[in-house]
Design a protein around this ligand. Sequence first.
Ligand code: SAH
Length: 221
Amino acid sequence: MGPAANSGKETLLARKTMVEEQIAARGVKDRRILDAFLEVPRHRFVEEYLKYKAYEDYPLSIGYGQTISQPYMVALMTEALAPKPTDRILEIGTGSGYQAAILSRLCARVFSIERIAALASRARKTLDELGYFNVSIRIGDGTLGWPTEAPFDGIIVTAGAPRVPEALLSQLVEGGRLVIPVGETGIQDLKRYTVSRDGVREESLGGCRFVRLIGKDGWQE
Ligand code: SAH
C-alpha cells in the first residue's frame, strides 16, 4: 500500500486486498468474519509511523515489546472461537484493541484484559473514537479470568501460555470455547478447548508465535 494510506478509499481497497489475499485465500470463508475485517480500519490500531504497513501480511510492533498479530492469525483465531451475535466473549491481551474491535462486530459484548496500563488506555481511546462501545477493558492479570463477568461463551488468549490457566476453563458456559496458544517461548501450538457436559475436548489448530502471557498462571516476569 502506498503513501495515500490515510484516505478512506485507499484503506478500503487495502482491506479488500488483505481479506482476499491473506484471509479468504487461506481458507477463512465465513462471510460475517470477512465483513468484520473489511469494516475495521486496522491502520487506526498502529502508530503513525507504521500506518503504511497496517494491511501487510505480518505482525507489527505496538510498543512495550508487544505486537498486533498478523491479520490472518486474528482471522484464524476468530473463526476458531466461532462468535455468535448473542455471545459474551472474554479476550486476554487487549494490546492495540484490534482483535477486540473485530470481535465487537461479531458478538454482543467483549470483555478484554490487558496487563500494561498504557496499552489498555490507548486501546480504549481507539475503540471509543471508532464507536465500538460494546467492549469493556480492564487492567489486570488475565490468567485469572474475569470472575465477576463470568461465565463467557468464548475466551480468546492472544499471548503464548506455558499451560492452560485453570480459571479460564472454569469461566466458560457449557458449549463454550477457549482459543489459546500453548507452548514454549517463541513457538506455540494454537489450541481450542470446547467445554461440554462430558468434559473438555482439545483440538490442535497448528503452530503459531506469540509474545508471552505473563501472570500468576502464566510465565513469570
Ligand atoms: N490482541 C492484541 C494483540 C496482543 S499482544 C491486538 O489485537 O493488538 C499480547 C498482549 O497480551 C500484550 O499487550 C501483553 O501486554 C498482554 N498480556 C500478556 N500477559 C497478560 C496477562 N496475564 N493479562 C493480560 N494481558 C496480558
